[in-house]
Write a protein that binds this ligand. Structure first.
Ligand code: SAH
Ligand code: SF4
Ligand code: F3S
Length: 473
């Protein structure tokens, strides 16, 4: 899905070091480059997770700072960039089919670049499979993007950035954010866990945390620009380790972000169960600005399968974390990720996942059929589960979860929740937004303008995936 680009609602921010300088960089004369390549426009399509979405916001910032203009179609662009995902095979296939569609474009003089996880995974092989590609760059090398762009501008046709052994995080002078209300902010890059099915440690490199003072500086800039909701990102966001002498713990960082004047909500995703410590729950209890939602992927309810997945916790240990969260003085919504059909997953193992769902009663979940990925240890595991059986398990699991969500949402009818309004429906008087617990609420209001404001919504109805309500004035 391509991200909408609308300069009126997107926002430019200087991230990291020097915002004032960023403001100066942007209007610098772009003509030299524009004349040299006769293009000056870019189209950027993003696949994958929120970290990729945010990387694209930073890449767009880098390009805008160099005088490029963002356009909405590949046809209108001189530079076509795909920020890719390779978490499952389908995601990777989608990228190659998209690249195939643009094969002919190269002859029109367009430059095509592949960024992100598939770029890192396939490396220079992408040039073999799609010789019309000129740029291949993984996320750990985005710091070199300006340099790489300069090489392309100089007429170089094959440019790569594939190092992962960097301890730097990608901070740009300017970030062009898509969402005008909620700002993503990556606090930890890469991943040091070694889940046996997962490409992320290979595609995003080792774990690197961003300095707490730099994070807080960006939050202050965001607040000054009018952002009130901050979403801290990381593949294992709660494994955050402040590299500065302050050594600020993750829970303290949540509180420090919430403390910035103007900030009203702080979210964080994704949490790893093994690093989910009691002080995080305490921070959520003491500071209402820390949103009442934890995304805590479990992957399987069977300890045997968890061990094969190298998930570093047992079913029981995971359930202890759930009990800790459920024991908080505020209600906290819990969501998760599940993989069905991991090699060796028996019917009994799968039933343990189903019973875990019944026990935890998640507010929502993402579920996936296991997909064997290059370089991962599970690729060589025996007892693969047939695709049809994976499909059956997925359907059973999703049916069960739908019932759980229906029941959980029904209980909310009659309650009043605060919603940050982020959408307006074409239907008159209809608005939408998210609660602190990250539930989508569609509601009616006679107000003229609500976008970006916080309103109280009384829940009058519910579907498994959303709440229906009315604005309480
Ligand atoms: N860092 C997060 C999630 C990363 S990827 C965590 O540790 O939980 C998002 C989700 O994709 C994972 O939680 C997992 O459920 C799923 N996933 C990852 N690799 C997969 C694979 N090879 N096949 C199927 N699903 C996969
Ligand atoms: Fe992948 Fe595991 Fe790291 Fe999550 S924690 S990104 S699933 S290796
Ligand atoms: Fe995909 Fe990379 Fe995110 S593989 S899920 S884009 S970290």
């Amino acid at each position: 899905m391509s991200k909408p680009f609308d300069f009126d609602i997107g926002r430019l921010t200087g991230s990291g070091n020097d915002f004032t300088r960023a403001a100066v960089v942007f209007p610098q004369k772009p003509e030299t480059f524009t004349e040299a390549v006769g293009r000056g426009t870019f189209f950027l399509e993003t696949f994958g997770c929120q970290m990729n979405d945010h990387d694209s916001e930073k890449v767009a910032g880098v390009l805008l700072a160099r005088g490029y203009r963002q356009v909405e179609t590949p046809e209108a662009a001189g530079l076509i960039l795909y920020n890719t995902c390779s978490i499952r095979e389908k995601a990777a296939q989608k990228v190659f089919s998209r690249l195939g569609e643009y094969r002919a474009r190269q002859s029109e003089g367009k430059i095509i670049g592949v960024l992100g996880c598939l770029a890192q995974q396939e490396g220079e092989d992408i040039f073999e499979r799609a010789p019309w590609v000129s740029l291949v760059c993984g996320s750990a090398s985005y710091r070199k993007l300006p340099e790489m762009l300069a090489q392309l501008e100089a007429g170089n046709h094959r440019v790569t950035g594939l190092d992962t052994d960097t301890d730097e995080t990608f901070e740009t002078e300017m970030t062009r954010r898509d969402n005008p209300f909620r700002a993503y902010l990556t606090i930890i890059e890469g991943c040091d866990k070694a889940c046996s099915y997962c490409v992320v440690p290979y595609t995003r490199g080792p774990e690197r945390s961003r300095a707490s003072d730099s994070i807080l500086r960006e939050v202050r800039q965001l607040a000054e620009l009018g952002y009130s909701e901050i979403q801290l990102l990381g593949q294992t966001v709660n494994s955050y380790k402040d590299p500065t002498p302050r050594k600020m713990r993750f829970a303290k960082l949540l509180l420090a972000v919430a403390d910035v004047p103007g900030i009203r909500r702080v979210r964080f995703t994704t949490s790893h169960p093994s690093d989910f410590t009691p002080d995080i729950v305490e921070a959520m209890e003491t500071e209402p600005k820390v949103c009442e939602h934890v995304h805590l992927p479990v992957q399987s309810g069977s300890t045997k399968v968890l061990r094969a997945m190298q998930r570093t916790y047992t079913r029981e240990e995971y359930l202890e974390k759930i009990a800790m969260i459920r024991g908080a003085s505020r209600p906290i919504a819990i969501t998760t990720d599940i993989i069905v059909g991991f090699p060796g997953e028996t019917e009994a193992d799968f039933e343990q996942t189903l019973s875990l769902l019944d026990e935890v009663k998640y507010d929502s979940l993402f579920s996936f059929k296991y997909s064997p990925r290059p370089n991962t240890p599970s690729l060589k595991m025996e007892d693969a589960i047939p695709e049809v059986e994976k499909g059956r398990r997925l359907a059973v699991l999703q049916d069960q979860q739908r019932e759980i969500q229906k029941a959980r949402h029904a209980k909310l009818i009659g309650e009043t929740h605060e919603v940050l309004v982020s959408g307006r429906s074409r239907r008159e008087n209809q608005w939408s937004g998210y609660t602190s617990s990250y539930r989508l609420a569609n509601f009616s209001s006679a107000a003229q303008e609500l976008l970006g404001t916080y309103v109280q919504v009384r829940v009058t109805g519910a579907t498994p995936n959303s709440l229906v309500g009315e604005h309480v004035v």
